[in-house]
Design a protein around this ligand. Structure first.
Ligand SMILES: [Zn+2]
Ligand SMILES: [Zn+2]
Length: 349
């Protein structure tokens, strides 16, 4: 079968390899869709945790074609999306429904095994996945389902964690209206009664500016913080999701958070701000503020996102590529020439 594999830093290519066999607790999927993500560009350039000959692709949807020993509850022909955190389902985090923070693999700073990152992923004609990582998608478009496993899951996780802050009369702020930010706006409107304000670059595509936010402000406005506070009668935002994560956006978030507000720093641009344990904060941290660096989402979160999508309540711009054009898709994403999300369709012929 064909598989898109990391060869060495800077080089990803399509190899012909043997079709894998499902082991204990695993299924073999005929891959119907594998999303291409910024993470794949990062892995190609700086393969930090990814070893040579790993098949890329952490956004996977497929049809079960073979079932390994010990798998119950799944049969061939069923279509499913793969949760990207291959959790142990036994540790205290998993038992609490926080599989994305699983500690069963024994490492404090690293997430659980991830297909396409630390083990073989879905940019191939066939892929192996643990049966307990699957969420059934039925007749949902597999390309959309694959994208939801990452670009829908992470925003949903943040929105769910903000729900108790975002009551009636509250205001939420979304920083950055790329693929994840557009989902965040849709999910905030679906799951909370909050007013939603978003900020993005002025040259952002129209689709982003029409994402459904109540107000969209330009990121480069000189008086942006004042404009944002005006949107909340001066009190600030009860929930903020920063999909950029630069020093500038984190500082902005800190300065416009409401008392007892919460900031979810999803974007990983490498910004840093001081967390000041002092009554006066130089960056404007209000009393009661919470700052969180969330990772992916729980198993329940993915089931929720798929349920919303199957009800027709979510949408995204998708651009399809055959598996043979995987390198082109990664190149185009890296150079900023994908409008929405790129998805490989390995078995579309
Ligand atoms: Zn991704
Ligand atoms: Zn666990």
């Amino acid at each position: 079968m064909k598989a898109v594999r990391l060869k060495r830093p800077g080089l990803v290519q399509i190899d012909e390899i043997e079709r894998p066999e499902p082991g204990e607790g695993e299924v073999l999927l005929r891959v119907l869709a594998a999303g291409v993500c910024r993470t794949d560009c990062h892995i190609r350039a700086h393969p930090f945790a990814t070893s040579a000959n790993t098949t890329l692709g952490h956004e996977i949807a497929g049809e079960i074609t073979a079932i390994g020993p010990g798998v119950v509850g799944w049969s061939t022909g069923q279509r499913a999306v793969v949760h990207p955190c291959w959790a142990c389902h036994k540790c205290s985090q998993c038992r609490a429904g926080r599989e994305n923070y699983c500690q069963g693999h024994g490492m404090q700073r690293f997430p659980p095994p991830t297909p396409g990152v630390t083990c073989n992923g879905g940019m191939a004609e066939f892929a192996i996945a643990p049966a307990n990582s699957l969420v059934e998608i039925g007749d949902l478009d597999p390309a959309f389902a694959a994208v939801l496993a990452d670009a829908g899951l992470a925003p949903y996780h943040s929105v769910r964690l903000l729900r108790d802050r975002l009551g009636p009369g509250s205001t939420a702020l979304v920083i950055g209206l790329g693929g994840l930010g557009q989902f965040a706006v849709q999910l905030l409107k679906l799951c909370t009664p909050a007013r939603v304000v978003a900020i993005d670059r002025a040259e952002a595509p129209l689709a982003a500016r029409e994402s459904g936010a109540d107000t969209v402000l330009q990121a480069d406005a000189p008086d942006l913080a004042e404009q944002l506070l005006e949107q909340t009668d001066g009190f600030g935002f009860a929930g903020i999701i920063d999909f950029v994560g630069s020093e500038q956006t984190l500082r902005l978030a800190a300065s416009v958070a409401a008392p007892f507000g919460a900031i979810q720093a999803v974007g990983l641009t490498g910004g840093h701000i001081p967390f000041e344990a002092a009554d006066m904060s130089t960056i404007g941290l209000p009393w009661g503020v919470t700052l969180m660096k969330p990772y992916s989402g729980s198993y329940r979160d993915l089931a929720d996102v798929i349920a919303l999508a199957r009800q027709g309540k979510l949408s995204a711009n998708l651009e399809h590529f055959p598996l043979e054009e995987a390198i082109t898709a990664i190149d185009r994403l890296e150079s900023g020439h994908i409008n929405g999300r790129a998805v490989l369709l390995p078995n579309s012929k």
